[in-house]
Design a protein around this ligand. Structure first.
Ligand code: FA5
Length: 339
């Protein structure tokens, strides 16, 4: 028994195996208990020696068991430590970090440039009265120019309510509330009943600019826009002003920058003209000043309105405006700045 017990003990290498071994030899129904019980079958004169031998064996097995148990526990512990070890030198898994939409980033970039030039950022309603969207901007009810802004109407009776087709209504709202000097930029969403294509969305963003004071001239408009274009698109940018027509400015201009993608004749961005139009602008029409109670003899001003998506498309070479509003993270994540 002794030899077999010791051999088996040596082989038991887990706590469960050890517990089984303990039950088999030292437990209440184990081999040693059986041996003890058999003492009655031993001739009386041999009983003391028999009892001592069994007891000695029991003590020996108990001692060896405890020794082995300690060994097994130690090795089980070191195995577990090795298996569960944390390698602190491994690089961490990058967390998914949300980013700002490219249009939001561009709005912040543009308004920051104008803030540094002394313009305050203000915002206005997307659901607007026809009066602010058109009438006060010198576009009366039956004026054909009203059709130029393909407007989405919400209420179209006497008190017309529309989704604003441009940010220009905020020129009126701002001037109604303040006296000159006025210098504001107005970023915001606009809506038009428009056939969607690569350069037209039915909803998009504009940034309006407005400066009104005594002695404001066209030269201030040119200087401000040239400075803006160079800060956004690079110091080497050339700029161009051409005549254009908007009912709420006189004279009206369109403002273009030289094409930075230009491949001459076949250039797809500027269509070979060498110029890219980025906004409409002009001197605020005297009638518009009168509509808000300003004296056009005393005050002059200028305004501009630019499309934000178009600016992002130009700056980063985005080929299709529809990409902005499809929620495709493969597109949007390219604009995530490293934090
Ligand atoms: C206007 O909306 C005038 N309110 C701009 C203005 C303001 C002129 C102040 C003078 C003084 P226009 O319709 O051209 O103008 O739009 C201005 C810009 O908005 C365009 O150059 C273009 O960049 C952007 N835009 C217009 N329609 C869309 C559209 N459907 N999708 C995306 N961008 C558009």
């Amino acid at each position: 028994i002794r030899q077999q017990a010791l051999a088996e003990l040596q082989q038991a290498s887990s706590t469960t195996a050890l517990a089984e071994w303990h039950g088999r030899y030292l437990g209440r129904r184990g081999e040693l208990t059986q041996l003890m019980r058999r003492i009655s079958q031993v001739p009386p004169e041999e009983r003391p020696a028999y009892g001592q031998a069994v007891n000695a064996l029991k003590e020996e097995l108990t001692a060896r068991f405890e020794q082995r148990e300690a060994e097994v526990k130690r090795s089980e512990l070191s195995q577990r430590l090795a298996a569960e070890a944390v390698d602190v030198t491994l690089p961490g898994r990058p967390a998914d970090v949300a980013g700002l939409h490219p249009v939001t980033q561009m709005i912040r970039e543009v308004t920051t440039i104008f803030n540094h030039l002394g313009f305050q950022t203000v915002e206005g309603p997307e659901v607007e009265y026809g009066y602010y969207a058109f009438d006060a901007l010198n576009i009366p009810q039956d004026h054909p120019a009203r059709d130029v802004w393909d407007t989405i109407f919400i209420v179209s009776d006497q008190k017309e309510i529309v989704l604003r087709p441009h940010t220009s209504p905020m020129q009126i709202r701002t001037m109604e509330r303040r006296q000159p000097p006025v210098r504001v930029v107005v970023p915001g969403r606009c809506y038009r009943f428009e056939a969607v294509d690569a350069t037209h969305e039915w909803h998009f963003h504009q940034i309006e600019g407005l400066a009104v004071d005594e002695h404001i001239t066209m030269a201030d408009l040119k200087g401000t826009l040239a400075e803006f274009a160079r800060q956004l698109f690079g110091q080497e940018r050339k700029v161009r002003f051409r005549c254009d027509y908007f009912p709420f400015v006189e004279p009206g201009v369109d403002f273009a920058i030289d094409c930075m993608f230009c491949r001459g004749e076949g250039c797809r961005v500027c269509k070979g003209t060498g110029w890219i139009e980025i906004l409409g602008a002009g001197m605020v029409h005297p009638q518009v000043l009168r509509n808000v109670g300003y004296d056009p003899e005393r005050y002059t001003g200028w305004a501009f309105g630019m499309g934000v998506e178009r600016l992002v498309m130009l700056k980063y070479g985005v080929p299709d405006i529809r990409l902005f509003y499809q929620g495709d993270l493969r597109f949007l994540a390219q604009f995530n700045r490293a934090l």
